[in-house]
Design a protein around this ligand. Sequence first.
Ligand code: PMP
Length: 311
Amino acid sequence: MALPKYAYFQGSIVPYSEAKVGVMTHALNYGTAVFGGVRGYWNEQEEELFIFRPTDHFTRLLNSCKMMLMEVDGTVDSLIQSTIELIQKEGHRQDVYLRPLVYNSDEIIGVKLHDLNADLTMFSVPFDKYVSNDTSAHVTFSSWRRIDDNMIPARGKIAGAYVNTAFIKTDAVRAGFDEALVLTEDGHISEGSAENVFMIRDGVLYTPPVSDNILEGITRRSAMEIAREEFGLEVVERQIDRTEVYMCEEFFMTGTAAQITAVTKVDHRPIGEGEMGPITAKLRDYFQDVVRGKVEKYRQWNHPVWEKIVV
Ligand code: PMP
């Protein structure tokens, strides 16, 4: 992956090569950082780059900071403004991925959350697919369990917690699968390695509740709203058993990176007919139009980058 030209670092935009931290940095040693993952979508007709739901993303980032006792210099609005400046400076006129990261920057020894300083950094890179097989993914049930809210809060995007994701993803990929589904300690489906999940049974959409150690996904929220509002579907948040997936009609995963990924096989068993089902296909198409700013009703989710040149 090509490196960005710039990064937001210690309060200003600097060449990427200058955005460096020392090896004693607390976050590097102990995983005490929180991050976000935001997509920007290029709309060819309007020659505009739309950031998808930045208010939701930065609100979640600041909530993660709150959990971690991190004080960050900035509000949701100022973070959006810095994002726009950074992307304009980078000159992106294509689909991008933005990574905001708040990290404990003190260079000290000692595992704790209190009495530390936090710094914000951001960078953006061109981005395409995350799950390469996003129309017919084959997933497995991971032998790893999802971290519990009382171990490391799953609803925060906490850097150290993503070692759990890394174990889940690598073991699945090395075993020949595209992705993995992860169970909670009590054996209910929580989510994918970095995606929320939806199952369709008898035409009803089911997704695990926020109390099953999921990240409260912004794509999940968007898919639920679109399913209800645009397709009149019933969407139910409830616990999902592992074997329900073996007999459901459709299954898909949602995430900023994964977007809406159709899952068509689980542990060598076909889901439904073994190909993307009609509800998943419909939601995927509609979602693509929404993120590119093509649906008037959801334009408030699309934040333009180039409307006003600021750099
Ligand atoms: N769960 C986990 C563990 C994730 O890392 C992500 C990606 N941010 C998601 C779910 C999906 O969340 P979102 O739709 O907000 O990207």
